[in-house]
Design a protein around this ligand. Structure first.
Ligand SMILES: Cc1cc2nc3c(=O)[nH]c(=O)nc-3n(C[C@H](O)[C@H](O)[C@H](O)COP(=O)(O)OP(=O)(O)OC[C@H]3O[C@@H](n4cnc5c(N)ncnc54)[C@H](O)[C@@H]3O)c2cc1C
Length: 416
């Protein structure tokens, strides 16, 4: 694999950037593989990469119906953090955040990782109590969370001029999560794709999986794609909001609902805020991109839906809440808005699991799943190869629905 560094950059600059190698191949589709991974988003590509790198399984095809990295990984607000609520969740996200911090070096691809801290703006005492409880649990697992006063909160976020004592919801204080950061979503997809390809994994774009195929014994035996049948004894479904539409073709019903989550972005402005701001009582969050744009996310639209745009009332609710705390933002011009569809389980925790169909694996229920890509890929690769859940993912298998052993997680960003 061609190394990206100052010397290769200089060399290629001198030759007009015409001699860069392709980052990944486009090989012909074979009739069979050891493992088929469906979906070239973050989780699918990371799973393929770790299958090859950590477990030596290289006869792997990643099948993507569009272009790689064009799904929710391209639509998210790139917040990476580990301030979750449950004992089961926190170690998983601590691991994932640590893996993200090392990813630029590991993949020789600049992730533009910026560990810039998340600050929660708290407006109600129940929320403050809940976050303090999170803090105590997080302490045990080595994740950072610290309470700050209202004065300190306003010092850290000068643009926070609303929410005064006469406001409907006055600001009462904040929490600081220094482990949080942002990075570049394209780089995550492209870096994992390049790394996996280098290790022998094949990535097939424009190859939609239409259905899962089961043999006479009920076990998985491959997939029907838009380019013909591809056989494999192990198939991993990593298609984010589309999980149920595929698993139902194998007669498998999963406890998931698909909903729409949206974001929008402003024109670039001068540096205004250097942390990720999360307002859980009001239901919005934002950070400023390296280009200066405000990247703003709101609460989900609670209706079940596969839409990928933004509903007007969700947009208006988010903007209204934001202007009540950041009134100066009313001058900001918005440039783009978009949505993605994500699936969520009843307990708001992910599902990484084998299924009742022998050889069929799922990684789904990723509501805030961007931050989970490295650890999600690593642990799913472990499960596919060994047949046993990795200890970090053991609480998140489908067994929890059989035994009513839910991991009720309130740690999603704007969850109220
Ligand atoms: C607006 C918004 C903001 C978000 N913000 C954050 C955040 O700040 N932090 C965070 O941690 N998470 C966030 N998320 C969630 C995060 O984006 C997702 O949880 C994560 O990207 C899902 O995993 P993925 O990358 O594998 O999914 P995707 O990128 O969606 O990958 C799935 C792939 O499967 C492909 N596919 C689907 N069906 C088929 C088929 N039949 N055959 C072949 N391929 C198929 C799709 O084309 C897609 O490329 C946000 C999501 C949205 C929508």
């Amino acid at each position: 694999m061609q190394n990206y560094n100052i010397f290769s950059l200089a060399r290629n600059a001198l030759t007009g950037h015409k001699n860069w190698q392709r980052a990944w191949r486009s090989p012909p589709l074979k009739p069979a593989y050891d493992v088929v991974v469906i979906g070239a988003g973050g989780h699918g590509l990371a799973t393929a990469y770790y299958l090859a790198k950590e477990y030596g399984v290289t006869n792997v095809a990643v099948l993507e119906r569009g272009w790689l990295g064009g799904g929710n990984i391209a639509r998210n607000t790139i917040t990476i953090r580990s301030n979750y609520m449950r004992d089961e969740s926190i170690p998983f996200y601590v691991k994932s955040v640590a893996m993200y911090e090392a990813l630029t070096k590991e993949l020789n691809f600049n992730m533009m990782h910026s560990k810039r801290t998340m600050v929660d703006v708290v407006q109600t005492y129940p929320k403050m109590r809940e976050l303090r409880r999170r803090q105590l649990t997080m302490d045990i697992y080595g994740s950072t969370y610290e309470q700050i006063s209202e004065a300190e909160l306003r010092r850290r976020i000068p643009a926070l001029t609303g929410g005064g004592p006469n406001a409907r919801l006055p600001v009462i204080g904040g929490m600081v999560h220094t482990d949080a950061g942002v990075n570049r979503h394209d780089a995550v997809a492209w870096g994992y794709a390049r790394g996996a390809d280098e290790l022998g994994v094949e990535i097939h774009q424009q190859t939609a999986v239409e259905s899962l195929l089961r043999g006479a014994d009920g076990a998985i035996e491959g997939v029907q794609t838009s380019r013909g049948v591809v056989r494999a004894k192990k198939v991993a479904v990593a298609v984010s909001g589309h999980t149920t539409t595929l698993t139902e073709t194998a007669g498998l019903k999963l406890p998931l609902r698909t909903m729409n989550l949206t974001a929008f972005v402003s024109e670039p402005v001068k540096p205004l805020v250097d942390v990720i701001v999360n307002c859980p009582d009001s239901g919005f969050y934002f950070s400023q991109s390296d280009k200066g744009e405000m990247v703003i996310g709101g609460a989900p639209d609670m209706g079940q839906s596969f839409r990928r745009d933004i509903k007007q009332h969700v947009f208006e609710d988010t903007v209204t809440a934001m202007l009540s705390l950041f009134p100066s933002f009313k001058k900001l011009k918005l440039m783009r808005q978009w949505g993605g569809h994500l699936d969520i389980a009843h307990d708001a925790s992910p599902i990484m699991s084998k299924t009742d169909v022998e050889g069929l694996f799922v990684t789904a229920g990723w509501w805030g799943g961007y931050k989970a890509i490295p650890a999600g890929g690593l642990t799913l690769a472990h499960l596919i190869t060994t047949g046993q859940p990795h200890k970090l993912m053991a609480p998140f298998t489908l067994d929890r629905f059989r035994h009513l052993d839910f991991v009720m997680e309130a740690g999603t960003t704007t969850a109220r």
